[in-house]
Design a protein around this ligand. Structure first.
Ligand code: HEM
Length: 202
């Protein structure tokens, strides 16, 4: 399977993302926090939902509060910096549909699309995963605030508990696809693990 080099010239934001290559240090730290908190929350929830294993579930709310705080930080950095806005743009700009179709077509032809923060299938996957995690976490947090009597918000408990119950398997599938493809890209010798090297970079 060959690795596609980026074939389209792209817009200014796209070129700057590609040329900068490395992630800024803050983006690596935010990603690391997401990796740890989302993975724990997700697989702890799956253990409870599917296997009735509640061994680690007492940590669910504490991790959930940390994840809520971390996601607020992520959204603040992504919206508040040029680099972050370019990342959101690569995830959510609807006109990227042709890049996604191009990547899908390449995959079916046995070629691995480019990874990294550029428009395409991998960015769409990350964007949907990030939105899904945000929705489940924020509604779960709202449900917890209501259950604890901190706020009164009719319907929030219902919404939060359902989002968490239904969201858990969906997020697990997205997690699995994201991690599996990261390993697959790495096997194809793409320098992907730089995202974890937060001692390097600006
Ligand atoms: C990725 C994020 C999250 C996932 C995947 C998740 C998953 C789950 C699951 C599967 C349940 C069981 C639902 C049921 O039995 O109907 C649950 C319950 C619960 N979650 Fe979450 N959750 C997340 C985030 C949060 C957050 C941020 C909070 C609050 C800070 C939270 C607080 C709770 C509470 C209070 C319950 C009810 C526990 C009980 O029934 O005693 N969760 N969650």
């Amino acid at each position: 399977m060959a690795v596609l080099s980026s074939t389209h010239p792209g817009t200014r934001e796209e070129r700057s993302l590609r040329e900068d290559g490395a992630y800024p240090r803050w983006a690596k730290i935010l990603h690391m926090g997401l990796v740890l908190a989302v993975t724990f929350e997700l697989y702890n929830s799956l253990a409870a939902l599917w296997f009735a294993n509640f061994q680690w579930f007492p940590l669910h709310v504490a991790t959930g509060i940390f994840l809520t705080f971390w996601l607020v930080l992520c959204w603040a950095f992504y919206l508040g910096t040029l680099w972050g806005r370019a990342l959101l743009w690569s995830w959510f700009f609807p006109a990227h549909l042709p890049a996604i179709i191009r990547d899908l077509r390449a995959l079916f032809l046995g070629r691995l699309p480019a990874a990294g923060p550029v428009p395409g299938l991998s960015s769409l996957w990350q964007g949907v995963f990030f939105l899904g995690v945000s929705f489940v976490t924020f509604t779960g947090f709202a449900a917890w605030l209501v259950l604890e009597g901190y706020i009164s918000w009719p319907g929030a408990t219902h919404l939060g508990l359902h989002a968490m119950r239904l969201g858990t398997p969906l997020l697990a599938y997205l997690w699995f696809g994201h991690v599996f493809m990261a390993f697959f890209h790495a096997l194809r010798r793409q320098p992907l693990w730089g995202i974890f090297a937060f001692w390097r970079g600006a």
